[in-house]
Design a binder for this molecule. Sequence first.
Ligand SMILES: Nc1ncnc2c1ncn2[C@@H]1O[C@H](COP(=O)(O)OP(=O)(O)OP(=O)(O)O)[C@@H](O)[C@H]1O
Length: 548
Amino acid sequence: MEMKSPPPCPSSVTVRRNPPRRARPTPYSAAPPSQPPSSKTSSAIRSFPIEDILSINIPDKPEVSVSTEPSCSEKLKVFLRIRPIVTHKVGGSVKTGGQKNVWPQNPRKKDVSKVVGRKTVETCLKVNDEHSVTLCAPQSLTDVRRTKSEVYEGFSHVFCDESTQSEVYERMMNPLVEDFLKGKSGMLAAMGPSGSGKTHTVFGSTRQPGMVSLALRHIFSQKESGRSKSSRAFYLSMFEIYSERGKGEKIMDLSQEGGDLYMQQSNIKGLKEVINDVQQAESLIASGMLKRSTAMTNSNIQSSRSQCIINIRCDLDNLDEDQSHTAILTIVDLAGAEREKRTGNQGARLLESNFINNTSMVFGLCLRLTKYLRDFLEGKKRMALVCVILTAKPGEEDYQDTSYLLRQASPFMNIKFESIEEQPLGNKRRTQTLPKAEQAKRMKLHSNEVCMDDEVKRSILHQPHKGYICHACSISVLLDQKKTHTIGFMREPPFIVGTTREHNQNKPKTNNEPPLAGVGGFIVYFGCVHTGSRHKWWFPNDLHPMYI
Ligand SMILES: Nc1ncnc2c1ncn2[C@@H]1O[C@H](COP(=O)(O)OP(=O)(O)OP(=O)(O)O)[C@@H](O)[C@H]1O
């Protein structure tokens, strides 16, 4: 009898790196009320690293009304752009990587190997479809470490190496700009390893303008067509965050006469904003690019050595409704993550690399925490769309960089956040349709805030420190069972939005500190971007522990 031979062993196994998973819900229970508050409680809260974020200068009064419509959940948009393989000669050998002002002829082959010049270059990244890629380990690694190929899926869109700037713009940037023109803020951040095409995507070149130029042209073409009743004024600023020899970080205004900037309460002071027309805006970008710190590294002939941030601000005045509103479109070109081994950086360059890697990592972490920190990441910008474009290098020798990027970004795909729709400018505020009982519960955090009706206001005035709920973001200050003591803040899912400071003075200094002479306590700071208010709340030590 003829024996059938078993099927050959696959040389590589496909692993789905980011299968759709349900996040475990955050436990919704507080510590037992009987448990006395300890220093442990306050220190746990104090370790929540958002002190800086909370000091964002939020305007006292919101500029637009916020509806009480149920919020809808939105996904962080993550795009992947694969750079074409470029070869250049370094010391007689052909290397893949970035080369200044050399535009490769994109090969038409969709195979995993690409013919560049006379040399065949293996690629490590294969596009499966619009939303997924397979990362294939090079032969050398599969032999030694039995490294498997991995599928990464869930991207909003994968741009292959042949994609043009205008294709990327249409799919990724255009929705952001359209929303921005309607008064919604948004952010695009480009992240990826050094030399992967972040700066190319964001700024491009004269022949291939990038997202910033295309967005400006789009914005000004709308402005000139004067299609709405609103009057709009646009402003543009460009600055970089860099580190000199790894010592601290500095901010530099990249406008022509701009110099060093400094932070004041998380606001950048002295940043110049210009704009009248698209030419002026583009010349600011061009001169900013010349000023930006760049250097030659092994990965990129003109590598960005700073995080560059461009803000396009739009002040909308609705002539009919006598309302004004500000929206900001932020575009971030992050410096590329670098592996020391690959860049061969030393001395000052190495210190710079450490700074870049650290800030990129922190940015990555912030994005992972977006579902919690989104409000703070956005600062005063409401209802922002956040997009990330990952740029990847597909060369065989780029495997490690690309693998790191995809692994780091994989959790981004699952980030969802609650978005609360703003009413479009010019619409009258919706009237409250909530049941009376519910309305009574909805007390405001500050007596001078707007989304509060008179009934609620009266109840607050009578109980000025009992606990309030913000309509828009449902951050609430909880009361204990007798409704006489504040025991914490919560939200859906519950989380603390504040930081604490020991406060043992007998006599409170402000109205927010209830006059409980002789009782020590601590203060919780928190902010609400929807109502535009910052709050400070005092907790006596002998009250119930807080929700964490
Ligand atoms: N899609 C693309 N098409 C053609 N050339 C590209 C593309 N992406 C990048 N390049 C070229 O590759 C080189 C490196 O790109 P770029 O400087 O944009 O990388 P980067 O990610 O910003 O690097 P760094 O983080 O070091 O600043 C440049 O010469 C750029 O022109």
